[in-house]
Design a protein around this ligand. Structure first.
Ligand code: ATR
Length: 276
């Protein structure tokens, strides 16, 4: 083992809001591992230089967040198929001079639902997907990989929904934002990936139709934990899963690659993150 303490961090701008240092710090302590994980506030103009320098300073990898996810993929020397499909990287691994990129947001999304609802079968029915930004791209990719048969995308800016649907032409179709409720008609899963309902953002005030028995609803927004979307979905008959777990699950592959232990997402981690 190298005598150097393995270092990792999260690169973003700004970075003060990130929960990742708490997540990884908790796991390092819990598993008794040598290592440290720090926030790295990096401006766009400095990103390439920082990614080049970090391995030489003892970093084994890094997470990447807004606004650098697309640029980080372009700077990597290799990338997973899913990072290429999503067009973004949130996890970098530095080894043997290479910068390997992955995007674990989508798998974090699916793992969270599997964890909270073991009976959930992604292939069982249609999905209503609200939003068509970067997060929606990762969610769509993971749902397609998990076997979702039909994904209805609705977004304020229709052109973005159409561009996203092009990523899965045989499974995705666009529903106009003026009729956004229709995306949820008979859906077994409804997902909000817009920023609506986040603290400081406008409320999610769309109407949802009555949802089928067993339907699930989830939101990528987790401040507040019970978003207006989840509230509306519960009234429409869905079981709800909050978005905090997606953040926790997307962190698992990076931690395992950097520090050698596959960490667990459990109630203790949730409460540590909620109390920060
Ligand atoms: P992220 O990477 O988190 O998905 P993003 O790419 O900025 O962030 O996407 C934000 C999403 O929230 C988009 O779907 C956006 O809709 P537009 O494509 O029309 O911008 C959606 N969104 C943000 N504010 C909104 C609002 N006031 N009403 C409806 N949708 C909104």
């Amino acid at each position: 083992m190298s005598p150097q303490v393995p270092l990792a961090g999260v690169i973003g701008w700004p970075i003060g809001h990130s929960a990742s240092p708490v997540v990884h710090g908790h796991w390092l302590q819990r598993y008794g591992l040598r290592g440290a994980y720090v926030p790295l506030e990096v401006a766009a103009a400095d990103l390439a230089g920082v990614i080049e320098m970090l391995p030489r300073a003892g970093f084994v990898g890094a997470n990447v967040t807004i606004p650098h996810k697309e640029a980080a993929l372009a700077l990597a020397t290799e990338a997973t198929a899913r990072a290429h499909r999503i067009g973004a990287a949130n996890t970098l691994h530095f080894r043997d001079g290479a910068v390997s990129a992955d995007c674990t947001d989508g798998i974090g999304f699916v793992e969270n639902l599997r964890d909270r609802c073991p009976a959930w079968d992604p292939a069982a029915g249609p999905v209503g997907l609200y939003g068509a930004g970067g997060a929606a791209r990762a969610v769509l990719d993971a749902l397609v990989q998990a076997g979702a048969p039909e994904i209805r995308i609705t977004n304020r800016t229709r052109a973005r929904a159409e561009a996203l649907a092009d990523a899965a032409p045989d499974r995705a179709r666009v529903v106009d934002w003026a009729e956004a409720g229709k995306a949820a008609q008979d859906a077994l899963l409804v997902v909000n990936t817009t920023s609506l309902g986040m603290v400081g953002q406008p409320a999610f005030d769309l109407r949802l139709p009555r949802l089928p028995q067993g339907a699930l609803a989830t939101d990528i927004v987790y401040t507040p934990l019970e978003t207006p979307f989840l509230h509306a979905a519960a009234l429409a008959g869905a079981r709800t899963v909050d978005g905090l777990g997606m953040l926790l699950h997307q962190a698992v592959p990076g931690f395992e690659a950097w520090f050698g232990v596959r960490p667990e997402v459990d109630p203790e981690l949730r409460s540590v993150v909620l109390q920060r």
